[in-house]
Ligand binder design. Structure first.
Ligand code: SF4
Ligand code: SF4
Length: 179
């Protein structure tokens, strides 16, 4: 999710970082974006999956979301004007640090670049082994699924041997982006 509008200080700085990043939109920082059927009506009508849920009192309401990679991400948000409120308000750990001055814009951009670079390498590694041509914007959910599918020790070992670059990506995400 490319976040820009909910920030009290430095919206231009935040926007620049998020626009150069996009990890929220490609399934790296978030696996879904929440969509409000009312506040995000245009987006909801066009793109969202939804289910009806009941609360403890039997009241029904619609719960909606989009799975990442986001269908409107093409290197940047192509639905920027009507992106969901969740996208406008989400702040990863790195963005939070930027907004309080705990990291400067150049360092924050450098961290984002290092993660994108690690994803590039992961895509190269995966593509070479699987005769695919996935990009860095597509690769993480694919590897994440493979990782989750490796349930026993032998398949986990095989996974790490085959995709050591995935460990680098996970390390960078957990260190800089996750909260
Ligand atoms: S709607 Fe835009 S900002 Fe939100 S996840 Fe999709 S591409 Fe990212
Ligand atoms: S991961 Fe952080 S820096 Fe990147 S788009 Fe999301 S909020 Fe912005």
């Amino acid at each position: 999710m490319v976040n820009t509008s909910s920030i009290n200080q430095g919206p231009t700085t935040a926007s620049a970082l998020c626009q150069s990043c996009g990890l929220c939109c490609t399934g790296v920082a978030c696996s879904v974006a929440i969509v409000s059927p009312t506040q995000d009506k245009t987006f909801f009508d066009l793109y969202a999956d939804s289910i009806i849920v009941s609360d403890d009192h039997g009241n029904k309401r619609k719960k909606a979301w989009i799975n990442q990679p986001c269908p409107v991400f093409d290197g940047n948000c192509s639905a920027y004007e009507f992106r969901p409120v969740d996208c406008k308000t989400f702040q990863c750990a790195l963005l939070e640090k930027l907004m309080v001055g705990a990291v400067d814009p150049v360092s924050a951009k450098s961290i984002v670049d290092s993660i994108l670079g690690a994803l590039d390498k992961l895509a190269v590694q995966y593509n070479a082994l699987n005769e695919q041509c996935l990009t860095r914007d597509e690769i993480f959910p694919v590897l994440n699924k493979l990782h989750r599918g490796a349930v026993d020790k032998a398949s986990q070992s095989a996974f790490w041997r085959t995709y050591p670059q995935y460990l680098s990506v996970r390390y960078l995400i957990e260190k800089h982006i996750d909260k």
